[in-house]
Structures are given as C-alpha cells and as structure tokens.
Design a protein around this ligand. Structure first.
Ligand SMILES: C[S@@+](CC[C@H](N)C(=O)[O-])C[C@H]1O[C@@H](n2cnc3c(N)ncnc32)[C@H](O)[C@@H]1O
Length: 262
C-alpha cells in the first residue's frame, strides 16, 4: 500500500515537473503565468515531500493516514491561497517546529481562554493541545468556512467562531467577555493597514492582563504592529525549516498602560 502511494506521488512529481516547464516556456513567450507557476511549483514540492515521507519500511495504515491527512491539509491550504491569497497569507500550514515554538509561548498558568486568530487547518491548535491546553479553553476565530468545519471535527470541545478576527472585541463581547490568557495569531497582518493592526492589538491587550502575550508568527524582518504606547515585543530564533522561514513575535503590554496609537 505504501509502495503504491509512493509510486503515485512520484508520478505526480514527474507530471508537475513537465507542467512547470510548459508554464516557464509560456512565460518566456510573454504569457502571464506567474500565479499558475507558483501553484504548480507548490504542488510539485508537496508531491516530493509526500514521497519522502512514505518510506518503504512504513507498513502501518496509521502512518499512511497521517501522511494523507497532512497532504490533504496542504492541498486545502493551497486551494484557499489560490482563491484568496491575501486572506490566506501562506501557501501551506505552519510546520510542526514553528507550531510548537508558538505554543511554547502560551503561559498555561494564566487564567482564561486562549484565543487563536486565523487557526487555518489547526497546525498551531494541535501544538497547543499537545502542550497541554485543554480544548475547552480554546477560542478559535477563523474566516474560512471550510477550515471552520475541519476545526470543529478536529477539536470538538473548542469554541470555533466563523468570523473576522479583527472584530475580536465584538466576538469577546458576544461570549460575555471571558478573561483571556493569551492570544495566538496566524493572521497575515501585513495585508491590513497599520491602524487596523493597531486596533486589533489594542483590543487583545484590553482583554488580557498586563504582561500576557500576543503571539504572532511572521516571515518579516520588522514588527507588524508598532506605534502603540506601552507595548513591547521580543522575537524568537528563525525557524528555517518552515516554508517560508518564520519567527515568533511576542507582544506584551506594560502594567497600567492602555495600548493606544502613539
Ligand atoms: C497564514 S494562515 C495560518 C494558518 C495557521 N495558523 C497555521 O499556522 O498553519 C492565515 C489564516 O488566517 C485566516 N484569516 C485571514 N484573515 C482572517 C480574518 N480577518 N479573520 C479570521 N481569519 C482570518 C486564513 O483563512 C488562514 O486560515
């Protein structure tokens, strides 16, 4: 069974290599094929990763199911990205190393819910659960209805809200303003204007006690949120293995200072 799956992944890789060359040829002839090329390149890389993960010595169904599930998640992600690149913000879910690094910033002893903004297919959510966060403490706010359905299946005890994470204050109001222990965000913040990012950060800080972290991963060299009084940040090491390489930013507010635009 594993051998057949590897063979299919290999054939897919060969076909996609051919398609990639066709598209490069079209581009050389002046046809705008940049988006198609990016999709085909990602699918080709996905086929290669799938083949590499399915070693001939792996005989268990469980292994095959795990790989299938991961590949399906990557394909779902890629489709969402192709439909709306700015909202999805990445072509693939965060890898395990980055997800675990994000989850490591959550302070389990702080009382309150742990809010995840833009959980996608649940890569970071899974790392949070593995870190010891009970699903009941999770509030997941996600735009995509397809991802919300998946999240409800995977984390049945978590609260999943399909909606706009930038309306965090309203979502918390609707839920009776529970105390918030940490905010974990996978949102592609740079696709929104700075005042919107600042407003989101201010709403998050207002819901948390001073010093609680707003945890954000980013591929950028500069902070996504700046110009707020009383907010400091620290950054992690780079996770080179992630696609693309990323690092974690933890923003915190000072005691007794409201996070407002400077
Ligand atoms: C870069 S992906 C990160 C997904 C996941 N956290 C991960 O690390 O694999 C961004 C996610 O944020 C979601 N998203 C983007 N804008 C959003 C918004 N305004 N409200 C809620 N979700 C949003 C996208 O649908 C996507 O699932």
């Amino acid at each position: 069974m594993i051998d057949q799956a590897r063979q299919r992944a290999r054939e897919m890789h060969t076909r996609l290599t051919q398609e990639m060359q066709n598209l490069k040829q079209k581009r050389a002839e002046g046809v705008n094929a940049t988006r198609e090329l990016r999709i085909v390149e990602e699918l080709r890389a996905l086929a290669r990763r799938t083949e590499a993960e399915l070693r001939p010595s792996d005989t268990t169904r469980a292994k095959l199911r795990r790989v299938q599930s991961r590949v399906l998640d990557e394909a779902r992600f890629l489709r969402q990205w192709a439909e709306s690149p700015l909202k999805t913000g990445a072509v693939a879910p965060s890898g395990q190393e980055l997800s675990r690094l994000m989850a490591g910033y959550v302070e389990l002893d702080r009382p309150g819910v742990i809010v995840e903004l833009g959980p996608g297919t649940g890569a970071v959510t899974q790392a949070l659960v593995e870190r010891g966060v009970p699903q009941e403490r999770l509030l997941l706010i996600e735009y995509s209805s397809e991802f919300c359905t998946l999240l409800r299946e995977r984390f049945p005890q978590a609260t999943v809200v399909q909606g706009n994470a930038y309306a965090l204050g309203d979502v918390l109001d609707d839920l009776g303003n529970p105390p918030v222990a940490s905010v974990v965000s996978g949102l592609p913040l740079f696709t929104r204007p700075l005042p919107e990012r600042q407003a989101l950060m201010s709403a998050a800080m207002a819901a948390m006690s001073p010093g609680a972290p707003f945890i954000q991963f980013s591929y950028a060299l500069v902070p996504a949120v700046k110009g707020l009084v009383g907010i400091t940040w620290s950054t992690s090491r780079w996770v080179i293995a992630n696609l693309p390489p990323a690092r974690v930013w933890a923003y915190r507010s000072d005691e007794g200072v409201a996070a407002v635009a400077a």
